[in-house]
Design a protein around this ligand. Sequence first.
Ligand SMILES: [Zn+2]
Length: 223
Amino acid sequence: MPTERESTPPPPGDSTAPAAYPASVDALIAEFARLPGIGRRSAERMAHHVLKSTAEDAMRLADAIAQVKRSVRHCPVCMNFADADLCRICADPRRDRSLVLVVEQPRDLIALEATAMYRGLYHVLLGRMNPLEGIGARDITLARLLQRLDHPENNPGAEPVREVILGLNPTLEGDGTALFIAQELKARKVKVSRLARGLPSGGQIELANRGVLGDAIEGRRGL
Ligand SMILES: [Zn+2]
């Protein structure tokens, strides 16, 4: 039974009034609105774009999403995104496989790759430690990195890792994680360095410009 309130049409121009969308359009708007940085208004504009698109164009978008979820997984060596056995970086024999740059997230790797100044491999931690939130060493992919160091057969080309460059974000948690990893590496025969501090403290690698990142790679310092 509809209540009095539901059966009364909202006054015209009332911004809180529900829009008269079919349920399927409402569902699409709700999905777009869940995307990062997308508010209700942008979500509506995106939905209108889909509604105006040809069926072909709209299905290409839907297929692209489905394809990514079907085929992309984490590279078993470095945890970067991959749609083959290894990611493109680990699979590339021209990369220097004795160098491993450790980052928090795949998007940091993307930003560093855009500088075209680094020719080694990566290791993606998929997070950073944050003791206050109960996120410890077991919640990042550190154990896999240590496996790579201790058992070179796990590194592409079975090449031993000679240098580990810590490329965590210069935040409290990033610094704490880097320190922890540096301690873990101390007993191992591997050179440990850190990206130079061209990066502003509290800044994010993924947002830094290419020049700054390039300098940070070139000017890395031993720990
Ligand atoms: Zn990889």
